[in-house]
Design a protein around this ligand. Structure first.
Ligand SMILES: Cc1cc2nc3c(=O)[nH]c(=O)nc-3n(C[C@H](O)[C@H](O)[C@H](O)COP(=O)(O)OP(=O)(O)OC[C@H]3O[C@@H](n4cnc5c(N)ncnc54)[C@H](O)[C@@H]3O)c2cc1C
Length: 331
């Protein structure tokens, strides 16, 4: 079996974490491994995994492969896919790779499965696993069709570390592109409040927007405290559905979007620790907490959902007071 690991490099020329993990996944299949890398310059990334056991390194490099763009990325992957003639092609599930995976599979006449979380090989049969229906059902996939292109989710394999000196055969690819990348405009790293790699998840609930003991709403104070804690801890921000719905109507915290919603109809983050504030802890919300290992909550109500076995520690307290003290201490 011929296995091709295919990945883009990062802006600084390195191989990203997701890609090094996907390389470990590719290695678990055994077989004859080829590495294919694309980006502005691929040598540093190839060197970082030079000792991974690959028989061959292909590269497609140059200024037009620096940025994520469908036309150039797909052309680079297609060229390396054809050169390697692999049975199985393994890519990381980064947004850049995911964007071209299906198109590359089509160009190579391959079948494609995305966001795989596990790979096993038994007597030549590959069994891939992935989640369906928001991580409620674990599916196992076996296919006779080859080539089989797969993308691997992050956090499922250890990153491959095998630095050395790699000899890369560069393929000449002239992509037929209509799109020119002129500039990348992105929010400052600090403005991005969804941080999947953070150890702590801070969840804000609708209580932050409700009238408090003095009969008044204190939304500006809530925003200051939440952003203060995020900036002091670099935690990731999540929210309950009630609060993001209100924010969408312009009634609550301006930095919340539906991307922040945690729960049955929201996301299922995987941080080590979670702190819920001003959130009731109802089942449809807590469903999204099932991969959070250590859970704490601050709520005025000693009888809230968190007290019903859903948190390890519940602080029955005013979240405005607790967070204010916490932000001061962290400063
Ligand atoms: C099909 C379906 C799917 C759903 N999916 C989701 C989902 O994916 N995610 C989700 O979040 N919800 C979901 N919901 C909604 C969910 O049932 C709840 O309505 C929602 O999570 C409640 O949000 P909350 O706890 O922020 O607000 P509330 O229930 O209004 O609770 C606010 C809490 O804040 C506390 N509070 C107020 N002031 C303070 C203070 N000063 N200090 C401390 N605590 C304070 C109050 O005691 C209260 O417990 C779903 C519902 C349905 C029917």
């Amino acid at each position: 079996m011929k296995v091709l690991f295919l990945a883009h490099t990062e802006a600084d020329g390195s191989l990203g974490k997701a890609a090094s993990e996907a390389l470990t996944a590719a290695k678990t299949l055994g077989g004859e491994l080829t590495v294919g890398l694309y980006g502005a310059d691929v040598q540093a990334a190839a060197n970082a995994v030079a000792g991974c056991g690959a028989a061959k390194f292909y590269g497609v490099a140059g200024a037009e492969f620096a940025s994520a763009r469908y036309g150039s990325d797909a052309a680079a992957c297609e060229a390396m896919g054809k050169a390697a003639g692999a049975d199985v092609i393994v890519m990381p599930s980064t947004s850049r790779a995911s964007r071209v995976a299906a198109g590359v599979a089509q160009r190579l006449g391959a079948v494609v499965d995305t966001r795989l979380t596990g790979l096993e090989i038994n007597g030549g049969t590959i069994t891939a696993t992935r989640w369906f229906y928001r991580q409620r059902m674990l599916g196992k996939i076996e296919r006779d069709a080859r080539p089989w292109l797969m993308t691997i989710d992050t956090g499922c394999f250890a990153a491959c570390e095998a630095a050395g000196a790699a000899t890369v055969e560069l393929l000449a690819v002239t992509p037929a592109t209509r799109t020119k990348v002129t500039e990348i405009i992105a929010p400052a790293a600090d403005a991005q409040t969804i941080r999947p790699d953070a150890k702590l998840l801070l969840v804000a609930g609708a209580g932050w927007g409700k009238s408090q003991a003095d009969g008044q709403k204190h939304v500006d104070e809530a925003a200051r405290l939440i952003l203060g804690l995020l900036s002091a801890t670099q935690a990731s921000l999540g929210s309950s559905k009630s609060l993001v719905d209100q924010s969408g109507e312009g009634a609550a915290l301006p930095f919340l979007t539906h991307m922040h919603q945690v729960g049955q109809t929201g996301s299922t983050p995987r941080h080590q620790k979670g702190l819920a504030t001003c959130c009731h802890g109802e089942e449809p919300h807590v469903v999204g907490w099932r991969f959070i290992a250590e859970r704490r909550a601050i709520n005025l109500d000693a009888n809230c959902g968190w007290a019903q076995g859903k948190a390890d520690v519940l602080y029955v307290a005013d979240a405005f007071a607790v967070m204010s003290k916490l932000v001061d201490m962290l400063k």
